[in-house]
Each structure stands twice: as structure tokens, then as C-alpha cells.
Design a protein around this ligand. Sequence first.
Ligand SMILES: [Mn+2]
Length: 397
Amino acid sequence: MRDTILHLADLHLDASPEARLDDAVRAWLLGARRRILNALASWIARDESRIGLVLIAGDLFDRHDPPQEVVSEARTALAEIARLVPVVTVPGNHDEYSYAQCVYRRGDWPGVLVTSPEPQLVWKGQLGDSVCAVVSATYQAGKVSPGQRLRFPARSQVMGGDDSNGVLIGLFHSTLADHFPDEFVRNERCFVLSHQEAANAGYDYLALGHFHTRREWRIGACLAHYPGPPLGARIADPGSGQLSLVRIRNGTVTLEGLSAGPMVGCQWMFLDVELQPEEKPREVVERIADRCRNVEANSGIAAIHVARLKGNTIHDNLAEQIQNELRAKGVSCTVVADELEEILSPDIEAMAAEESLVGYFVRSWQEWQSRQEVSRAEAMAVLYEGLLALGWHRANN
Ligand SMILES: [Mn+2]
């Protein structure tokens, strides 16, 4: 029974993959991202598929005028999906409908394309045992101002007489005034919605796009959800790794996440590496390499490994050294060090001679170390923790 909605958003299909990845990894990621819609078409075509409606909540493309090749591929795959089940696409702020050259203005778009700046009924039909109605609107410069508050058509107006087991859905590329700070939502080139107003107006589900982190909130009977892209293009924007499935039963909605890796054949894998200040590149490299090998062996899915180094180090260019050693070992893993700080190697004797809080701490530490049997590693960890807590000056200050 096809009783499930596939809620997609923010695929940004033509976004170029992360520059910091190795060439080979960039190529897989590019390929996997370009195959997403095709993979979904085959998945939805299976007899046992429960998908009965596909909603695309904006930013399908990264630009309003993406390369023709990417557009043709996406259109072909979407047309394939639209032959199987209804598909509703609303443009976002990246692929904004306002421009004359906009991708959505180049001839017939497969399925239903939302082009009205006024919220209105764009699709209504049966899903499983329930009647579903989708209300949507497109942000258009000149017709809508940035951060304009959207007014919801009332439930009775949209659902009419067939409201027993009815499910009312709002499909929008928007921010939610209730859940984000005002300065965050005010000047965005998309709508601002009130989740509370949607709940009051009788909406059961808000199928949203714009924020790339998978989030959900519920107010009364109204569930609001941002799915995030299943496979993002960048280290800072890797996507949720999930597909969002909205099950409809007896007029109620429930949200499920399905791991997207097996379908798209590729997934981001982040490894957070906490460093001790004195830890040497070789030791860190071993830790990272072991972990990368284990992931590949266990999942069988191509992984884009990223090691995020965190903490403090006394070694110059540690991230670069680790990256080079990993490459020399044939381990494909991108090392990022945004949260790693280089600190000076402390001159313990000079510090102990200081008439200061730092001097007092170092002398106490020396005494403690001579009384206890502690390993050098443990003693140094205590020393660094104390020095950093005392605001002992850092190399980059
Ligand atoms: Mn957006």
C-alpha cells in the first residue's frame, strides 16, 4: 500500500564537492550525488515500495541557472518518478523562481511545480486510507518581501467536505519563527512561518526546506520537519545521511528516517580525534587508520572519511603531517583542524621560577609529581590542563 510521503529538500544537486577531498573521493561524491534521483526512481518503482507522493521542499539545485547537463539528468529522473507517483516541487532561495533564466522556467517541469507566491492548494489525493492535501507557495522577489510572514489558508477551505481521515500538509522553503531567533529569520530570501499558526489552522505536517540539519518539532497535532540533504557536498554541510519518510495512517502522520547510504552508495563518516598536546603525528595516524579500515569493513558502503582534530598541540603543522602520513599509508581520509589550537611547548623550569599563579601551579605540580607514581603522559596531561585553565598564553595570541 502506498501510504508514505518521501519528503526531500536542499539537495543542491549542482553544488561542487568539497575542495579539500582527494580527487578520487571528489569524483565518487559527485557521481553519488548526481545519481540520487535515479536511485530514488528505482527504489520507488519497486512493487513493495510504500512511497505514494514525493515532496521537494526547495533548493533542489544550488543555483537558479545550473549547468544544462545537471538539469537534464534531474529532469529525466524526476519524470521517471512522476510517472510512478505524484511529485510536487517548490523552488527555494538558491534556485529562486524570481529570475527569468530560472531552471524552472525552461519548459514543462515534471509533476506539479509550485509557482504561486500566494499559498494555495497544489495537490490533493488519496494516500493509503487518508485524503491528503498539500498547500504551498513560492518565494518571488517583488511579490514577496524577504522574511514575509505567510498566512495559511484555513483547513475547511482546503479540505472541503472530505475531511474525515484528512491530512493537511504545508510545503514551504522557509524558516520557522517559533524555533529560530528573530535576527536569524528576518532577512532570509524565503518565507517565515509560524508553526503555532499552522497548528491553529489545522495543519498536520509542515514539509520544510532551507535548514540542512535534520530537525523536527511538534506543536499540538502539527509536526514540522527539515530533512536536510541525504548526501551533502561539503565537510561543513554533509547532510543528514537519511531519507525522511512520512507515514500516513488514519489521518495522522509519523516520521521515520531511513539511512540513505545503501541507496546512494556513499556516506560521510566523521571521526572526532581528541588530541593530547604532546601526542605525536604517528600515534594519531594509527588511530585514524584503524578506524577508517573498520568502518569500510563493517558497512560495505563507500565512506568519505573526515578526521576532525580537536584540542591543543605543541607540534607545528600537525594536521599537515598527519594528512601526509595517512596518504603515504594509502588511507583516504581528509584531516581538518578547525578546532585544533597550536600552543607553545612550556619551559617548565622558567615557569616554576615565576612569581605568579602559573609559577605557583607549576611548583605544586612538580611536588605532586615527585610524591606520586604517575606516568609521564598522565603528568603532562595534568600540567597542560592546569596551564590552559589558567589562561597560559597560546601560540596564536
Ligand atoms: Mn535554502
